[in-house]
Design a protein around this ligand. Structure first.
Ligand code: HEM
Length: 385
């Protein structure tokens, strides 16, 4: 039930010793996410984000309007519902094939790690297909993404210095690879995202190569560990509630509200750590002074009893479920339709194909990250009869 969040919610807008503000209640978080005086631009923010992203062109998650809106619109045109029938629309069969291929790989294993054997490779494969990375290059692509994700997450299993160096090298290699791929796509219209971005003119014109590379990189990073964690948190929640797992098996349509409830109850992104106040902002009778850094505790907002009935109960039948799992406002997760589809297909296939799965360790080991929440491994066993 996250008792720390309940404690934080007693002071909806709390000033920290370092002068930053922590906002933990639903109404205030939602209000701030829609406030045009909050900036996401890394150039206005404090060190840690700059250290990660400072030397490259910021991607639109870290930009404010009007730059943000222009780049987001240009990428969104190709991405699909609810805006246009785009890349995600036709992906269902492709995603099902990837998922089934991964589950086929479980054969003969005594224990399966839902993270390493399934949830981790899945989103990268999907992004490769989306971007148009040729199949033969996928293994290299996976290695770079592993190194990059490892360098920015809080995996306690890897040496911090080594992972940082690996991350820098992998970023460079990935960038060069994508730049090469993009070069080949100029003048060759095609269905994949890189071809579309390189060749299609929309009302906002065309992205520069720099902008395309920053966008491709953003889709990879923003869509990877988040999706891994949603799938893994989903399996964990189902394995802890076997009657729910059975229900999903016999009632496949339940997966849609179930994934929505997961985004509220066990969201992969707990905190938006990066907003800055452009002006003095008053919220819940507190004045946040101009220039302050603001942390938005999304997961706490989604468990706020003033907003959700019985917030600590996992209830896929709940009607009123406007959770904060994908944020809200102009930066509302761009990959929501894809992440939902991936997770729906993944959970459906896992509950259909695993035979009486049980958890080996409960609770599983977690990444010690305050921002991204999910197990680092989730070992399960199947009925051996
Ligand atoms: C933004 C969560 C999957 C691409 C966001 C934000 C959240 C979020 C909370 C808002 C950040 C902010 O306001 O600063 C998630 C979760 C996911 C997921 C929980 C999986 C379950 C994906 C996927 C993609 C993606 C699969 C792409 C393929 C993006 C992008 C943004 C974003 C590009 C920035 C949007 C903007 O700045 O306008 N995501 N995300 N996400 N997400 Fe996701």
């Amino acid at each position: 039930p996250y008792p720390l969040y309940a404690e934080l919610r007693e002071t909806p807008v709390a000033r920290q010793a370092d002068g930053s503000y922590v906002v933990s209640t639903y109404r205030e978080i939602a209000e701030l996410l829609h406030n045009p005086h909050l900036s996401s631009d890394v150039r206005n923010l404090s060190r840690p984000m700059e250290a990660v992203q400072g030397r490259t062109t910021p991607s639109f998650i870290n930009l404010d309007p009007p730059e943000h809106d222009r780049l987001r619109r240009m990428a969104m045109r190709h991405f699909g519902p609810p805006h246009t029938p785009g890349l995600v629309t036709g992906m269902e069969d492709d995603l099902t094939a990837v998922v089934n291929g991964l589950i086929d790989g479980f054969a003969g294993k005594e224990q399966i790690d839902i993270v390493d054997d399934f949830a981790y490779p899945f989103p990268v494969t999907v992004i490769c297909h989306l971007l148009g990375v040729p199949r033969e290059d996928e293994p290299r692509f996976h290695l770079w993404v592993d190194a990059i994700v490892n360098s920015i997450d809080y995996n306690p299993e890897t040496d911090p210095k080594e992972k940082l160096e690996n991350g820098v090298q992998a970023r460079e290699d990935l960038r060069q690879y994508l730049a090469g791929l993009l070069e080949q796509r100029h003048g060759k219209p095609g269905e994949d995202l890189l071809s579309r971005l390189a060749n299609d003119d929309g009302p906002d014109g065309r992205m520069t190569d720099e902008e395309i590379l920053a966008t491709a990189n953003l889709l990879l990073i923003a869509g990877h560990e988040t999706t891994v964690n949603l799938i893994t948190n989903g399996m964990l929640t189902l394995l802890r509630q076997p009657q729910m797992l059975q229900r999903l098996r016999s009632e496949p349509g339940l997966v849609v509200p179930l994934v929505e409830e997961l985004l509220r109850y066990e969201p992969p992104v707990h905190i938006i750590p990066w907003r800055a106040a452009y002006t003095d902002i008053t919220v819940a009778d507190t004045v946040i002074p101009k220039g302050s850094k603001i942390m938005l505790m999304l997961a706490s907002g989604s468990r706020d009893p003033n907003r959700f009935h019985d917030p600590d109960v996992f209830d896929p039948d709940r009607r009123d479920n406007e959770h904060l799992g994908f944020g809200s406002g102009i930066h509302l997760c761009f990959g929501g339709p894809l992440a939902r589809l991936e997770t729906q297909i993944a959970l459906t296939a896992l509950v259909q194909r695993l035979e009486e799965p049980t958890l080996v360790t409960d609770p599983p080991p977690y990444r010690p990250s305050p921002v991204l929440r999910g197990p680092i491994h989730l070992h399960i066993e199947q009925n051996k009869n």
